[in-house]
Ligand binder design. Structure first.
Ligand SMILES: Cc1cc2nc3c(=O)[nH]c(=O)nc-3n(C[C@H](O)[C@H](O)[C@H](O)COP(=O)(O)O)c2cc1C
Length: 159
């Protein structure tokens, strides 16, 4: 059984927990890097004209990603991490999901946030990864330790 932890992080919070998770479960790690990095102004959710606001207002928006996981077919389980943006996954996660064939793969969402849960992210992600089993996932706020991450990851992938 082989696992990948793939994550997008605009300001480092999700990156930290993704690294911890990969280390705790011995998974490979892939950072979903935007072709155009997000500036602080891009991330201003109070500004209706900021890049993140415009992206999240457009369901069809698919920000470009740098790099590709050539060995995706080797993974049974792919943990997909992201910050919650406007109660769901950022559009770049949609770009990532549409870039691969996840049929037969277990996709486990995880996120960090200012307090919101995963909302409709797992359901949305399931529609973008046809044939995958997308689990309900979990918010990983508050720096969970390696034991907590391992226990959760094992439970998240069993039937
Ligand atoms: C554009 C934008 C929208 C956000 N929307 C939410 C939200 O709906 N609910 C929430 O709890 N936090 C929200 N946040 C806060 C982030 O989810 C939180 O700071 C997250 O931990 C950032 O992760 P990162 O450092 O990996 O980018 C938002 C942040 C940004 C930049």
């Amino acid at each position: 059984m082989s696992s990948l932890v793939a994550y997008f992080s605009a300001t480092g919070t999700t990156a930290h927990v993704a690294n911890e998770l990969a280390r705790a479960i011995g998974a490979d790690l892939f950072e979903i890097v935007p072709e155009q990095p997000y500036t602080a102004a891009d991330l201003d959710w109070r500004d209706k004209t900021s890049r993140s606001s415009l992206e999240m207002n457009d369901e069809a928006c698919r920000p470009a990603i740098v790099g590709h996981v050539d060995t995706m077919a080797d993974y049974d389980t792919v943990f997909v991490g992201f910050p919650i943006w406007w109660y769901v996954e950022p559009r770049i996660i949609d770009t990532f999901l549409e870039a691969y064939d996840f049929a037969g793969t277990t996709v486990v969402p995880f996120a960090t946030s200012g307090g919101s849960g995963l909302g409709k992210a797992p359901q949305r992600m399931a529609t973008l990864a046809p044939g995958a089993t997308v689990t309900e996932g979990r918010l990983l706020n508050g720096n969970p330790n390696a034991d907590e991450l391992r226990t959760w990851a094992q439970g998240a992938t069993s039937c």
